[in-house]
Design a protein around this ligand. Structure first.
Ligand SMILES: C[S@@+](CC[C@H](N)C(=O)[O-])C[C@H]1O[C@@H](n2cnc3c(N)ncnc32)[C@H](O)[C@@H]1O
Length: 273
């Protein structure tokens, strides 16, 4: 049974809060295990609140934050309250330059930096050190925070730092896989899309589509978002998927002229779910 709304605790680029707000009816109601291999801020996971989940992401700092909240949310909360009191430019850069070895400290550092850095961006230098400058937001503790509820929800989840293909290959019949890979870095006015090769290459996109075709053939339910671009569509056409175009905004905010640039693709294994 679904509990009260749980708000994602991270601001994450490409986050799917808009999808949950405008298109939640696309998501299947019944399934066995919930699998989300590109977890990020987990907007869809927190919306669905599945009873049994397998979650993963290639970002180690991000996964540490989830694992720490699962094991000791009280510590993470206390530590964030400390950062909230201490927050200033000097404190931000001091924390940014630190490399805590303990999982709980790593988690509170990650959440603190996510909430106070410039635009909630996650970027590391060639040594893997987070290097985003301080932003304008100063609240480390938010009124919407409910770390206890987050932790309770995560008790039924297995959380792994791993590549997406491993998790997709574990999906069985009637498992639901929600797939939200990094896709575009830019939609310009010609509809041209530039893939960020370093984050997620075209080979990764191809590897993803073949893993999803295998999972579909095993009977898994799939909902995947992606760039609404012909090259992405081509990967899924002819394999029995339904391709739907959805807007990132409610219909009121888009005019016919700008509608296209706010459109994304949803790839469904079954249109009726
Ligand atoms: C668009 S974000 C997901 C956003 C998420 N749906 C939300 O609501 O916040 C994509 C995520 O994929 C992760 N990622 C990138 N490459 C990956 C890979 N090869 N395997 C697993 N995760 C990967 C990134 O770290 C990032 O968190």
């Amino acid at each position: 049974m679904k509990q009260n709304a749980v708000v994602p605790f991270l601001k994450w680029p490409g986050g799917k809060r808009w999808f949950v707000s405008n298109h939640a009816s696309i998501l299947p109601k019944a399934y066995n295990r919930y699998i989300e291999p590109f977890l990020g801020g987990g907007a869809v996971f927190f919306h669905l609140q599945p009873e049994n989940a397998l979650l993963g992401d290639a970002n180690a700092d991000l996964i540490s934050a989830y694992q720490a909240l699962k094991t000791n949310w009280r510590f993470v909360k206390r530590s964030l309250e400390y950062h909230h009191r201490m927050h200033c430019t000097k404190h931000y850069y001091h924390v940014r330059d630190a490399s805590p070895q303990n999982l709980l400290q790593q988690a509170s550092r990650m959440i603190y930096l996510n909430r106070t850095c410039f635009n909630g961006i996650y970027r590391v230098n060639t040594n893997g050190q987070f290097n985003v400058p301080i932003g304008t937001k100063t609240a480390v503790i938010m009124p919407s925070d409910d770390f206890e509820a987050l932790s309770k929800l995560l008790q039924n989840s297995e959380i792994r730092h791993t590549d997406f293909e491993i998790l997709i290959d574990e999906a069985n019949e009637n498992d639901l896989i929600f797939v939200d890979p990094p896709y575009t870095v830019r939609h310009n006015l010609n509809g041209f899309i530039k893939y960020n090769e370093k984050l997620f290459s075209w080979e990764d996109q191809e590897r993803l589509s073949t893993a999803l075709i295998r999972a579909k053939n095993r009977g898994a339910k799939i909902v995947s978002t992606n760039a609404n671009h012909f090259s992405v569509r081509q990967l899924y056409e002819g394999h029995g998927f339904t391709l739907k175009t959805v807007s990132r905004f409610s219909s009121i905010s888009a005019t016919p002229d700008n509608r296209k640039q706010f459109e994304e693709l949803v790839i469904l294994s079954n249109p009726n779910n």
